[in-house]
Write a protein that binds this ligand. Structure first.
Ligand code: PBG
Length: 329
């Protein structure tokens, strides 16, 4: 008898049905959160040059995107406003206006498509003239506690408009507990908090800053509040704090370069973990496709599966619409 390997791991890979049967991870449209940019105007679609295939939509158009997302089986939409220049200020007060672009979009979406979740970003950068996520002192430092107070008001403003998930992306200390307390105090018991718990000061956010119009405004960098890419233990401490303060789920951002963080957070805490495949990652993938380095559909699905395999409950991705269409076929 000729010798043979005791175990042939190729056996279960030999046919498509068997590969399907043995898949350890599944990816469905319900795993996707679709980040969408909103702008003033009516019937408006403004393409974003550094994010090919992504546009800013007017409030009437965002409703159409909401219906499209629902029909594709996408679970949730994330909204980001491009505030008109004349409404931006040092203190970002427009974030607290109950009729700002964000609140109008939330109301329109919840009216027209109540079946879909609406996640809203809490941070001041789309509203400030300096492009920072918080209030800046004379030395240019983003002050923590006064910013947290403003973020509480911003979160309440969004919750009153109908936001389902408050997602603070600012990285101030203590803001999750403060926001949770304020939401409970006003009776928003089932409004969730998805904390951007481990958010890194990353070079991958450039196209997003174009999309919300803060790129040219930003003074300096965000390294005094966003995390250093060298650090992983610190990410676990950030997550532990946000969970202790009442976060329902936590996010790691950016995505692919930080899958080690996703996996460690999932293993350590066993809570819902999300990742944000950010604008620079999207642009990088699209550039690779344009350069003939790979095939878009396969790259998109492989990338998103990697997030699930690492332990994500879901992924924020600008490819959500496209991926959901591929998965629904
Ligand atoms: C800011 C915010 C950023 C993103 C989401 N919220 C950028 C930043 O921190 O400067 C980036 C998302 C992306 O790049 O797709 N509060």
């Amino acid at each position: 008898m000729s010798s043979f390997p005791a175990l042939r791991l190729r056996r279960t890979r030999a046919s498509a049905w068997s590969r399907r049967l043995h898949a350890e991870t599944v990816l469905t449209p319900a795993d996707l959160i679709w980040p969408l940019f909103i702008a003033e105007g009516s019937q408006a679609e403004e393409p974003i040059a550094s994010l090919p295939g992504v546009s800013r939509w007017s409030v009437d158009n965002i409703v159409l995107r909401g219906r499209e997302a629902r029909d594709l089986g996408i679970a949730c939409i994330a909204l980001f406003p491009n505030t008109p220049a004349h409404l931006r200020s040092d203190d970002g007060a427009e974030a607290l206006n109950p009729d700002n672009l964000m609140c109008r979009a939330i109301r329109a979406l919840k009216d027209a498509v109540p079946e879909i979740g609406v996640l809203t970003d809490v941070a001041l950068d789309p509203y400030t003239t300096h492009g920072h996520d918080g209030l800046v002192d004379a030395a240019g430092y983003v002050v923590n506690d006064a910013t947290a107070d403003a973020l509480v008001q911003q979160a309440l403003n969004q919750a009153r408009a109908g936001s389902d998930i408050i997602a603070p992306s600012d990285m101030m200390d203590g803001r999750i507990g403060a926001i949770r307390g304020a939401l409970e105090g006003e009776g928003h018991r089932n409004v969730q908090i998805m904390s951007y718990a481990a958010k890194y000061a990353s070079a991958f956010y450039g196209p997003f800053r174009d999309a919300v119009g803060s790129r040219g405004l930003l003074k300096g960098d965000k390294k005094t509040y966003q995390m250093d890419s060298a650090n992983a233990e610190e990410a676990l401490r950030e997550v532990a704090l946000d969970l202790a303060e009442g976060a329902d789920s936590v996010m790691v951002k950016p995505g692919l370069p930080y899958l080690d963080i996703v996996a460690r957070v999932k293993q350590r805490f066993e809570v819902p973990v999300f990742a944000y495949q950010v604008s620079g990652e999207y642009a990088m993938l699209e550039a690779a496709v344009a350069a003939g380095a790979g095939e878009r559909d396969a790259l998109v699905l492989e990338t998103l599966m990697a997030f699930k395999r690492a332990g994500c409950s879901g992924v924020l991705t600008y490819h959500a619409g496209h991926a959901a269409r591929l998965l629904g076929r």
